[in-house]
Design a protein around this ligand. Structure first.
Ligand code: F0G
Length: 469
C-alpha cells in the first residue's frame, strides 16, 4: 500500500462532538432510527455524504469577497461561465442551486410522457426527475465478473443498450445518461471507451447523450489510473475528452465543484437550453445566478479549477484505497476496487441473518452510529427497494450497501483510523445486530424521512406503513 498524506495544511478548524453511549442511543431513538434525522451536533465523524461537505480552499474563501451580487448580468456569472465553457466545451451554461434542480429542469425540458431514459445507473434524485416527467428510467449497468474486481465497474452494458435501441422499444429511448462516477453502483468509474461506444450508439439511433458529471474529476483521474491507454494524460485532459463525447451534462457542484452549494447544466443545443432557462426563471432565478449568490459562483469557478489537480486526486484515490484496506483487515467486506468519493461495505455479507425487508444496510449504519457516533449512509433496500404492489415485503434492492462517503479535504487519516476501530467493534458482534421495520414512509425518496423501529424477528409480515402524505 503506497503511503499517502493530505496534500494541504489546515488553516481553520472546528471542534467535533463526542456524544457518550447513552446520548447516542437517545439521539438515534429520537430520530426514528433514521440517521438523516440525527442532528449533526450528535455526530463525531460524519461520512453520510461527500455532497456539500467539502472544505473550501483559502483561494475559494477569498474568491467569495469578489462576488458580484447584481441580479442580472453579474461578473461572477461571467467568470463561472468562462470556467465551465473552457472545461466542458458547451456553449450554454446554466447555474442552479444544486444537482437535483438541474435534473428537474433539464429532464423536465427534454422528456415527454412515455419516453425512456437509459443509464448505467440513475441516481435516486435523477430517477425521481425522470419519473416526474412521465418518462421511465431504465438502468443497464455492465455485468460484473464475480471472480475479479473490474477496473470500470461503472460502465453501461453496451450489448444491452444496443439490443434495446435496435428492438421494438428503441424508438421510445429519448436519452442515455452516464453517471460519472456511478455513485449508486459503488462509486465505480466509467471508461472513456465505454463513453465513446455509447456515443456511437446514440448517434446511430438519434438519442441524446448526457453526463451526470457530479464527480467528473474523480472519474477522469480513475481513467488515468486504470486505463493504460490514458496513463500519461492529465485528469484535466481526460475530463475535457469526456465532456467532448456528450451532448451536454449536469452536475451537482457540491461534489467536484468543491462547493457547499451549487450545480449547473451545460448544453450544446440552443433550443433545449432556451427551454431550460425558461424553467429556470420560473423555479430558480434569473439565468445569471440560478438560485445561487454571486459569491457562490466565484467559489465554484475556483473549485472547478482546483479539483483536477493531480496531487489532490491522487490523494483522494489513495485515501479511499487505504481506508478500504483497513476495513478489509478488520473483517469488513468492501466493494473493490475502491473509487475516490467513498468506500462501500456489503451489509448483506456482514449481516446474513438480516433479510432484505429488514434492511440490513440500515441495520449496519445504525450500529456504527451506536458504537461510535459515526454516520454513514445506507444504499440498500431503504433507498432502492420498492414497495410491492401486491402487499407483503418490499421488493429488495439489488445490493445492500453501506456507503462511507469521504468529504473533500475535511477528515485526516487519524479520523479514518477511528472509523476503522468503530467498524471493527461492530463487525466483532455482527451476529447480534437487529434488523429494522419501516413505521412511516413517504411515497418517493422515502429514506430521507422514514421512521423505523428495530425488529429482530425477520418474519415476512408486511411493514404496513402509511405514506407520510
Ligand atoms: N447525481 C449524483 C450522481 C449524485 O450523487 C447526486 C447527489 C445528485 C445527482 C443530486 O445532487 O444533491 O446536489 O441535488 N448525491 C448526494 C450523495 C446526495 O450523498 O451522494 P444534489
Amino acid at each position: 500500500m503506497p503511503a499517502f498524506m493530505e496534500p494541504f495544511r489546515i488553516k481553520a478548524v472546528e471542534p467535533i462532538p463526542f456524544p457518550v453511549p447513552l446520548e447516542r442511543r437517545r439521539a438515534l431513538a429520537d430520530a426514528g432510527y433514521n440517521l438523516f434525522r440525527v442532528p449533526a451536533r450528535a455526530i463525531t465523524i460524519d461520512l453520510l455524504t461527500d455532497s456539500g461537505t467539502s472544505a473550501m480552499s483559502a483561494a475559494q474563501w477569498s474568491a467569495l469577497l469578489s462576488g458580484d451580487e447584481s441580479y442580472a448580468g453579474a461578473a461572477s456569472f461571467e467568470r463561472f461561465e468562462a470556467v465551465v465553457r473552457e472545461l466542458t466545451g458547451y456553449d450554454h451554461v446554466i447555474p442552479v442551486h444544486q444537482g437535483r434542480a438541474a435534473e428537474r429542469i433539464l429532464l423536465g425540458s427534454l422528456l415527454q410522457p412515455g419516453d425512456v431514459s437509459v443509464s448505467n445507473t440513475h441516481f435516486d434524485t435523477t430517477r425521481a426527475s425522470v419519473e416526474a416527467a412521465g418518462a421511465s428510467a431504465l438502468d443497464l449497468p455492465v455485468d460484473l465478473p464475480a471472480a475479479a474486481p473490474a477496473p470500470f465497474g461503472g460502465d453501461i452494458s453496451l450489448p444491452q443498450l444496443q439490443n434495446l435501441l435496435q428492438g421494438p422499444d428503441g424508438s421510445s429511448v429519448r436519452c442515455v445518461i452516464l453517471t460519472i462516477t456511478n455513485n449508486a453502483g459503488g462509486g465505480q468509474p466509467v471508461s472513456l471507451d465505454n463513453i465513446a461506444a455509447t456515443r456511437e450508439l446514440c448517434d446511430r439511433h438519434g438519442v441524446t447523450l448526457l453526463l451526470d458529471a457530479s464527480r467528473f474529476a474523480e472519474n477522469a483521474y480513475l481513467v488515468t489510473e486504470r486505463d493504460p491507454g490514458h496513463a500519461g494524460r492529465s485528469p484535466r485532459d481526460v475530463a475535457e475528452m469526456t465532456f467532448a463525447l456528450a451532448d451536454g451534462c449536469w452536475a451537482s457542484l457540491k461534489k467536484d465543484g468543491i462547493g457547499n452549494i451549487g450545480g449547473m447544466i451545460g448544453l450544446r443545443d440552443a433550443g433545449l437550453a432556451r427551454r431550460c432557462r425558461e424553467q429556470l426563471i420560473a423555479v430558480e432565478g434569473f439565468p445569471t445566478y440560478g438560485g445561487l449568490a454571486g459569491r457562490d459562483l466565484d467559489a465554484l469557478a475556483r473549485g472547478l479549477q482546483e479539483v483536477t489537480d493531480p496531487d489532490y486526486l491522487r490523494y483522494r484515490a489513495q485515501s479511499a484505497r487505504w481506508f478500504g484496506a483497513q476495513l478489509l483487515d478488520a473483517g469488513i467486506p468492501i466493494l473493490e476496487p475502491t473509487g475516490c468519493h467513498a468506500v462501500y461495505v456489503d451489509a448483506a455479507v456482514l449481516l446474513p441473518h438480516v433479510p432484505p425487508h429488514r434492511l440490513p444496510a440500515t441495520a449496519l449504519a445504525n450500529e456504527l452510529y451506536l458504537a461510535g457516533a459515526v454516520r454513514v449512509s445506507e444504499l440498500g433496500t431503504l433507498v432502492f427497494g420498492r414497495r410491492s404492489p401486491h402487499g407483503g415485503p418490499d421488493i429488495p434492492a439489488p445490493r445492500e450497501l453501506v456507503r462511507f462517503a469521504l468529504p473533500r479535504r475535511v477528515y485526516t487519516k487519524s479520523h479514518l483510523e477511528y472509523v476503522v476501530e468503530v467498524a471493527a467493534s461492530v463487525a466483532a458482534k455482527a451476529a447480534d445486530v437487529p434488523g429494522y421495520r419501516i413505521v412511516e414512509q413517504a411515497a418517493t425518496l422515502r429514506h430521507f424521512t422514514a421512521v423505523l423501529t428495530p425488529d429482530a424477528s425477520g418474519d415476512d409480515e408486511e411493514t404496513s406503513s402509511e405514506p407520510l402524505g
